[in-house]
Design a protein around this ligand. Structure first.
Ligand code: ATP
Ligand code: MG
Length: 216
């Protein structure tokens, strides 16, 4: 019988799920879980954005609130982690910076950037697009209400992008915020701990003073 070598040089496969996560919801978590399983990823790192440059038309919750909700939502999954790289860098978040920072921090890892098909088009028009493909493989997840515009993939190396079909969960952070502002429930759209965090910190309720402001 041939013995296996003691160390097998296999690179770790790490998923990178960037998002505003204002708030994180079950659509994000199912997408990350499905992609983790299909690509046999060892772990998925959720990376809440710093100041999202695409969302200047609305007030985005404080990075610390979005970070904590992401930690609460992912804490029970041993393969899910949360990174502060985009929050610590400050300023608007560009995916190229996220991937540069993570590949420096995880030099032995093969990175898979997970994103919705709605966001793919924007990514590929970003600055330094060609370097993006040197740093990661891109996984575009289908999302209810968004049809994939195939022209987005024109000129993109086919071996660098995979489109995957996710069980449809018609949940968006926008809808969760609007429901909360209107006093409607978000139970079961977001994890229980996130429902409680939103209420405890009076997020998305401009009429309510935030409790213990300045102490947290
Ligand atoms: P908002 O409504 O504020 O834009 P969002 O629900 O789109 O929020 P983001 O934080 O913008 O959430 O999304 C992070 C990533 O997760 C994006 O790439 C987005 O396409 C993807 N995503 C969000 N919701 C879903 C869903 N229900 N199914 C699949 N992918 C999703
Ligand atoms: Mg979005």
């Amino acid at each position: 019988m041939t013995e296996l070598p003691e160390t097998v040089n296999v690179r770790r496969r790490i998923g990178v799920m960037g998002g505003t996560f204002d708030p994180i919801h079950h659509g994000h978590l199912v997408a990350a879980s499905e992609v983790r399983s299909w690509f046999a990823l060892d772990e998925v790192v959720f990376v809440p954005t710093g100041e999202p440059w695409q969302k200047t038309h609305r007030q985005v919750s404080a990075p610390e609130d979005r970070y904590l909700m992401t930690v609460i939502a992912t804490a029970s999954n041993p393969r899910f982690w949360v990174s502060r790289v985009d929050i610590e860098r400050g300023g608007p978040t560009y995916t190229i910076d996220t991937l540069r920072d993570l590949s420096k921090a995880l030099p032995d890892a093969e990175l898979y950037f997970i994103t919705g098909v709605d966001a793919l088009g924007e990514i590929f028009t970003w600055r330094d697009a060609s370097e993006l493909f040197e740093l990661a493989h891109f996984v575009g997840c289908t999302r209810p209400g968004y049809d994939m515009d195939e022209s987005v993939l024109e000129g993109i190396p086919r071996d660098k992008v995979t489109i995957v079909e996710i069980p449809a969960l018609a949940i968006s952070s926008t809808d969760c915020r609007e429901r909360t502002t209107a006093g409607d429930p978000v139970w079961y759209l977001v994890p229980d701990g996130v429902v409680q965090y939103i209420h405890k910190h009076a997020l998305y309720r401009p009429d309510r003073p935030r409790p213990r402001q300045g102490l947290t």
